[in-house]
Every structure is written in C-alpha cells, then in structure tokens.
Write a protein that binds this ligand. Structure first.
Ligand SMILES: Cc1ncc(COP(=O)(O)O)c(C=O)c1O
Length: 350
C-alpha cells in the first residue's frame, strides 16, 4: 500500500543473506578485506572498464564526494533545476566542494539538453566569474524519465569542448539500465561520463552506494576526501557485501526491471481512470499523475501512501514502485482510483 518512495522498502533477501555471511569471524578493516577487494573487479566487469570504486552509505555522500573531486571551490556545477544535489542535499555539494557555484537549468521532464548547457556556459578565464567545471545529470531523473545514450553523448560533447567533467547521479541508475536495455558501459564511459554515483539502497540494499570513477587517476584524492568526510567505514566489509550481492547474478537489474514493470502497469491502468493525467512519461519506477482532489483523498482514506507533488497549477501525486512492489497492490490501487473517480460528478472528472 506504500508508494511513498523506494526508500521505504526493506532489504532484498539476497543482500540480507550476504550481510549475514559477511558477519562470520573477523576481517581486515577500512576496506582491506576480501569482499571489498573483490568489489573493484566486479564493478570493472559490469562496466567493461577499469574503475576506481568507493563505497559510501548515502547518495548525498556519493554525490558530494564525486562533485568535490571534480570541481574546484571556484568552479561551477551545472544540472537540472530539480536535481537532488541542488534541492535535497542541504548544501552538501557546496560544502564538500568548498563553495562551488551550482547553476541550475530548466528542462522538460527532469532533463537538461546539450543546447541549453552550451548556452549557459560562460566566463571561462574571466577572473570575476566562477569557472565552468562539472555537469551532473540524474539517471533516472527526478521526473521518472531516462536520458537516452544519444542525449548523454550530446551533453558529453559539449563537456569535451568546454573541458568540463561529466558526473551522473545514479541513485536510480539500475532503473535506467533496465529501462533502456543498454549496457552500463554505453550509458556511462562510452557516452563520455567520467564519474557515477552508483545507487543500491533504493533498489534492495540496506545502506550502500558507490562512487565510481572511470579514470582511476582522476580519483586519487577521493580516498582522502571520503575519510575526511566521515565515510571511510572501519567495517567496510558490510557495505561491500551489499554491493557485491547487488551486482551478483544481475540482482540489481532484476530488481529494477520489476520496479519498472510495476510503474508501467500503474501508468497503463491510470489511463482508464477518469480525470487522471500523467505529468511525465513513465520510463523508470516513478509515476507523476494529476488526479482530482477527491480521488486523492479517497485513496489516502483507503490507506494508500504517497506524496503530493502539487504546484500552483495542479494537484499531482508521485507514486514510486520498488523491487518488492506486489502486483496485487498495484491492481488494488488502480481499482480504488477508478472507484473514487467514477463516483465524481461527470464535470469533475476531466
Ligand atoms: C536522485 C537522487 N539522488 C540521490 C539520492 C540519495 O539520497 P540519500 O542521501 O538520502 O541517500 C536520492 C534519494 O532520494 C535521490 O532521489
């Protein structure tokens, strides 16, 4: 009954089992254990590239550490106006970079475009201006959409011309890979991405994310930044065990594929609910839908949980599906939405 967030979920059984297995006996601390050492190889295989991997416990830490490594204190980070790192991280990117400027761009359905980025870049070499340094994309986006590989490549081309680093906030990267049916490599380094905040918590882990750099030389200072930022875990094996199990046997893609299918089903079913209008294309595991207010109140009274995403113009709710969303819950939600909508006088249904 709970569509509030993919953060409200429990832990995938495979990851809980890996945590229990990692709990046997003593292991070297601060990442010198066997599971952490295996992790770098596992990530390199998944991304078909040598990588540097730094497990951390939150997406905010992953973003802030990655951005700080890529951006000097006098640099500019470009991103979408709704990006988590701008809206929901309490100034962590500014803090960890030592005061870099965030320059936010508009864009439909949570995405920025190469043209808008090109138009926003200014002031290179002018001592009075903060210096263009980094672009951060969210994949999948805050609007539940995904960047196609070609869109990332076009943005990366602008980055190359202006000597900017390209970072991806992949808190829901698994959902994007599952949705696009492209390899993790195609959606990152092959498209021109230099660093990725690789999420796992929302998709079945207990608390584990990883900062991934595709040029390990670029990541040399990250080890020190992570320690200084309080994210070098002494019992690192427990973070690494989660990520190791997450990648094993494609658990990450199986979990995300299920979540995406549940969101697709919600979107299809909502098409038959009078008065329902999707706000964004449903491409990953989030559904933003405009509904008549009495329908929303009816659903809440039935016990369904979700956040309202209203603005001045309309009444919108966000539904997030996850690896453990049951199809029965989705069908029950759709049936209840239809029931509440059909009770409304015809004039209020559109
Ligand atoms: C797009 C995005 N990035 C990053 C995060 C990570 O946040 P947290 O620091 O809560 O793990 C979230 C979590 O909601 C998110 O939605």
């Amino acid at each position: 009954m709970n569509f509030s967030s993919d953060n409200v979920t429990g832990v995938a059984p495979e990851i809980m089992a890996a945590l229990a297995a990692a709990n046997a006996g003593a292991a070297a601390s601060y990442g010198a254990d066997a599971v952490t050492e295996r992790l770098a190889r596992r990530f390199s295989e998944v991304f078909e590239h040598e990588v540097a991997v730094f497990p951390v416990a939150t997406g905010t830490a992953a973003n802030a550490l990655a951005l700080a490594t890529l951006t000097p204190p006098w640099g500019v980070v470009y991103g979408h106006r709704d990006a988590h790192f701008q809206v929901d991280e309490c100034g962590a990117p500014e803090f960890y970079t030592g005061g870099a400027k965030l320059r936010m761009l508009d864009g439909d359905h949570g995405k920025i475009t190469a043209d808008d980025l090109e138009a926003a870049i200014m002031g290179r070499g002018v001592v009075h201006h903060a210096q263009p340094a980094t672009v951060s994309l969210t994949q999948s986006t805050e609007a539940g959409t995904v960047y196609q590989a070609a869109e990332i490549e076009a943005i990366a081309e602008v980055c190359r011309r202006h000597k900017l680093a390209l970072h991806v906030d992949g808190s829901r990267f698994a959902n994007a890979v599952a949705a696009l049916n492209r390899s993790p490599a195609d959606l990152t380094w092959r498209a021109g991405v230099g660093a990725l905040s690789f999420g796992a918590t929302k998709n079945g882990a207990m608390a584990a994310e990883a900062v991934v750099f595709f040029d390990p030389k670029q990541a040399q200072e990250l080890a020190f930044r992570r320690k200084r930022g309080g994210h070098l875990f002494s019992k690192m094996r427990f973070l690494s065990a989660q990520l190791d199990a997450y990648l094993a046997d494609d658990l990450w893609l199986r979990n995300a594929g299920h979540a995406n299918r549940m969101a697709k089903r919600l979107a299809e079913g909502l098409a038959a609910v009078p008065g329902a209008r999707l706000r964004h294309p449903v491409e990953a595991n989030e559904v933003f839908v405009e509904l008549p207010d009495p329908v929303i109140r009816g659903l809440l009274a039935d016990g369904f949980q979700f956040y309202r995403w209203d603005n001045e113009a309309s009444v919108v709710i966000r539904l997030v599906t996850a690896f453990d969303t049951a199809s029965e819950t989705v069908e029950a939600f759709l049936a209840a939405a239809r029931r509440h909508a059909e009770r409304l006088p015809a004039a209020r249904r559109s």
